[in-house]
Design a protein around this ligand. Structure first.
Ligand code: XUL
Ligand code: CO
Length: 440
C-alpha cells in the first residue's frame, strides 16, 4: 500500500525516555513495556478521533476555520473522503496508535438523498477495511452524527418529529452494520441534541421514553446482526442543549435501570463533560466503576476559567494517575474500551506538526499517570488506609449491617448498650495528599 507523504518531515514517534530533548518522541509511553504485568499499549488502547483531528478546522463563533490541511481540496465530496483515509492512516501509523474512532459523517458525506448517503458510507467503509488490514489499526468505536444537520436541530430520537426518529434508525442501523464490518470493539451513543432548551415546548417524559425505545431497538438490531461490540453511552451535562438528558454517569445509570437497558450498556466518560456536570473526572469514573460500568474514556481537558467544552488535549498526569487507580481496580482495566483523544488543537496551532505534539502530550500524560498509579498500587499504602478506614464493618455490628442480618430495633439496642459511638479516626486528607504527591 502506498502511503501519502504529508508527514514525511516528521519521524515515526518512538519512546526515548524522560531525558530526551526530542519533541517528536515519547518520554513515558513505551508501548511494549510491562506495567503491572501488562504492556502499556494494552492498558491504554490509544485512539485518534477522526472528527477533531481530520475534520476539525478550528472555526469558532468569531471566525472561520484556520487549519488549512494541505491534502484537502475544499470539497466535501466522496472522492475527497476516500483520499483523506490514506492521510488518516499515515498519521495513525506514524504516531503508533492502534485505534481510531469515527462518526458516519466524519468519514463520508451525505448524498443527494438518503440511499446515496448510505452508499457513500459503505464506499468509504470498504476503503477503511483495506487500510485497517494493511496497518493493523483497529476501530475502537463507531457512532452516528445525529446532531450537526439542521434536521436534528430539535433532537434525534427525542425530536418531536417522528420522521427524524426514523431517519436516526437508518443512521444507527447503518453504523452498526459498518462497525461490525470493521470489527468495531464498541459502539457509542452520545446524545448530541437529546435534551431541551425550554420546558415551555417540551414533553420531557415523552422524549425520554422515545430515547429508551430507540436504545431497545438498537440492542435488538445488534443482536440480530451478531454485533458483539460493547454499547456505550457518553454523558454530557449541557451543550449544545441547555439540559442534556444524559447529564452525568449517575443520571445515565438510573435511566438505563428504569428502562430495563442496564445489562446492555456501559459508559464512555469524557473528562471535560464531567466538569461541565460540576464533577471531577475521577468522580465520574468512580461512579461507573462502582457498578462495573466503566466502558471507555474520551480524553481531553477543559479550562478552569471557561465553562464550556474546550476539548483541549490532556496534560495533567496527576489527574490521570488518580484515574488509573480507579481504572486498575478492575483487573481487566478498560476491557474493550480505550483512551480516545476527543480533543482538538487550538485555533492558532496551525501546523501539521501540532497534530503530533498534541497527541504525543496526551499519550505521554496517560502513560506517566499509569507509571505513577502502578507505584501507588504496588506500594499498597493508599489501599490499606482505605480498607482500615472501614474496618468497623469487617466485624461485629458493622458486619451484621453489611450482611443484612440486623434491623433498626437491634441497632438501637446495640447503641443504647454502648451509650455513645466510638470516636472517629482522623480521615487524614492532608497526609494522603502528601503521600500521593510522593509518588508523582
Ligand atoms: C461531544 C463529544 C462527541 C462524542 C461522540 O462533546 O464528545 O464528540 O464523543 O459523538
Ligand atoms: Co466525546
Amino acid at each position: 500500500m502506498a502511503l501519502t507523504s504529508w508527514f514525511d518531515a516528521i519521524p515515526a514517534i518512538t519512546y526515548e525516555g524522560p531525558e530526551t530533548d526530542n519533541p517528536f518522541a515519547f518520554r513515558w509511553y513505551q508501548p511494549d513495556e510491562k506495567i503491572l504485568g501488562k504492556p502499556m499499549k494494552d492498558w491504554m488502547r490509544n485512539a485518534v478521533c477522526y472528527w477533531h483531528t481530520f475534520r476539525g478546522v478550528a472555526l469558532d463563533i468569531f471566525g472561520p476555520g484556520t487549519l488549512a490541511r494541505p491534502w484537502e481540496d475544499g470539497s466535501n465530496s466522496l472522492d475527497m473522503a476516500l483520499k483523506r483515509t490514506d492521510v488518516v492512516f499515515d498519521f495513525l501509523t506514524r504516531l503508533g496508535v492502534e485505534y481510531y474512532c469515527f462518526h458516519d459523517r466524519d468519514v463520508a458525506p451525505e448524498g443527494a438523498n438518503l440511499a446515496e448517503t448510505n452508499r457513500n458510507l459503505w464506499a468509504v467503509a470498504e476503503k477503511l477495511k483495506q487500510l485497517q488490514a494493511a496497518t493493523k489499526v483497529k476501530l475502537l468505536w463507531g457512532t452516528a452524527n445525529m446532531f450537526s444537520h439542521p434536521r436534528f436541530s430539535q433532537g434525534a430520537a427525542t425530536s418531536p418529529n417522528a420522521d427524524v426518529f426514523a431517519y436516526c434508525a437508518n443512521s444507527v442501523k447503518e453504523m452498526l452494520d459498518v462497525s461490525k464490518h470493521l470489527g468495531g470493539e464498541n459502539y457509542v451513543f452520545w446524545g448530541g441534541r437529546e435534551g431541551y432548551n425550554t420546558l415551555l415546548n417540551t414533553d420531557l417524559k415523552r422524549e425520554q421514553d422515545h430515547v429508551a425505545t430507540f436504545f431497545h431497538l438498537a440492542v435488538e438490531y445488534a443482536k440480530k446482526i451478531g454485533f458483539k461490540g460493547q454499547f456505550l453511552i457518553e454523558p454530557k451535562a449541557c451543550e449544545p442543549t441547555k439540559h442534556q438528558y444524559d447529564f452525568d454517569a449517575a443520571t445515565v445509570l438510573g435511566f438505563l435501570r428504569k428502562h430495563d437497558l442496564i445489562d446492555h450498556f456501559k459508559l464512555n466518560i469524557e473528562q471535560n463533560h464531567a466538569t461541565l456536570a460540576g464533577h471531577d473526572f475521577c468522580h465520574e469514573l468512580a461512579v461507573c466503576a462502582a457498578e462495573g460500568k466503566l466502558g471507555s474514556i474520551d480524553s481531553n481537558r477543559g479550562d478552569v476559567m471557561n465553562g464550556w467544552d474546550t476539548d483541549q488535549f490532556p496534560n495533567d498526569y496527576r489527574e490521570c494517575a488518580q484515574a488509573w487507580t480507579i481504572i486498575l481496580a478492575n483487573k481487566n482495566g478498560l476491557g474493550t474500551g480505550g483512551l480516545n483523544y476527543d480533543a482538538k488543537v487550538r485555533r492558532d496551532s496551525y501546523d501539521l506538526e501540532d497534530m503530533f505534539h498534541a497527541h504525543i502530550c496526551g499519550i505521554d500524560t496517560w502513560a506517566r499517570g499509569l507509571r505513577i498509579a502502578a507505584k501507588i498500587i504496588e506500594g499498597k499504602k493508599l489501599a490499606k488506609f482505605v480498607k482500615t478506614r472501614y474496618a468497623s464493618y469487617d466485624k461485629g455490628i458493622g458486619k451484621e449491617i453489611e450482611s443484612g442480618t440486623t434491623d433498626f430495633e437491634k441497632l438501637q439496642a446495640y447503641i443504647l448498650r454502648k451509650g455513645e459511638v466510638a470516636p472517629n479516626a482522623s480521615a487524614r486528607q492532608e497526609y494522603l495528599e502528601n503521600l500521593f504527591n510522593g509518588y508523582c
